[in-house]
Write a protein that binds this ligand. Structure first.
Ligand code: HEC
Length: 222
């Protein structure tokens, strides 16, 4: 369109319009019919995600219990911790072994053989396989001064593990029963198990005792 005043075109000329359109048209791809196929890697990625998440669900569903928010929740362990389930003898010993490796093996060694001259052996020790009441007393309050084990004399300090004054460990009766049952039945030892009720009974008798035992004091319980 032209202006009446100066006779100059006031917009784009036909020429310039055609140029611009030619460029626009050349840059557009031809329209196609039908759908594009999904890229192969995306198909692989989605399938892997479905696979991995289903494994996760199977492992951590925890019976879809409404009480569960911890994905590692194990109903059997929780029941045992709550005391509503008694451990099987195997679990009882296994728990004792765990405690032994953590807190006794440092002195008495994994082998139960101790260290010549400083830490007495528990393997084939008459203190371990003998009277359980004497053994429980040692664990509860500890043991000091010279003692004889398998014909050799030791003179060290065995710490107190019971819930007693000055005892650093404060182990529950059951934990003591477990570790004692373990040492009585490991390394070829074959003495009967120790129950938590027996530990509780001895603890009740000796609760007021303020210090570790000596061999002379324990001899009456032989
Ligand atoms: C810090 C080192 C140390 C630790 C830890 C220790 N003991 Fe002892 N234990 C000794 C010493 C030392 C003696 C000997 C004490 C003495 O000479 O009067 C001894 C003695 C004993 C005895 C009696 C003697 C024998 O050889 O049969 C028993 C049983 C025993 N310990 C069991 C255990 C158990 C079970 C644990 C773990 C719950 C344990 N001890 C942890 C150092 C240790």
């Amino acid at each position: 369109m032209s202006s009446d005043l100066n006779n100059k075109p006031d917009g784009a000329s036909d020429d310039s319009i055609q140029k611009v359109h030619a460029k626009l048209i050349s840059e557009k791809s031809e329209p196609k019919e039908g759908f594009k196929t999904m890229p192969l890697f995306l198909l692989g990625f989605v399938s892997t995600m479905i696979f991995v998440t289903s494994i996760y669900v199977v492992h951590y569903r925890a019976g879809f219990s409404p009480m569960v928010y911890d994905e590692r929740f194990d109903p059997a362990k929780a029941a045992a911790a709550a005391g509503s389930v008694e451990l099987t003898p195997e679990q009882f010993i296994a728990a004792g072994k765990k405690s032994y490796l953590k807190d006794c093996a440092v002195c008495h060694q994994v082998t139960g053989l101790g260290t010549a001259g400083s830490f007495p052996p528990l393997a084939e020790s008459e203190w371990v396989t003998g009277n359980e009441e004497r053994l429980i007393r040692i664990l509860l309050h500890g043991l000091n001064g010279p003692i004889e084990v398998k014909g050799k004399t030791y003179n060290g300090a065995m710490p107190a593990f019971g819930q007693v004054p000055g005892g650093g460990y404060n182990w529950k009766d059951e934990k003591i029963a477990q570790v004692l049952t373990y040492i009585r039945q490991e390394w070829g030892n074959a003495a009967p198990p120790v129950t938590k009720e027996k530990v509780a009974e001895i603890l009740a008798k000796e609760k007021a005792r303020p210090k570790p035992w000596t061999q002379a004091e324990l001899d009456p319980f032989k």
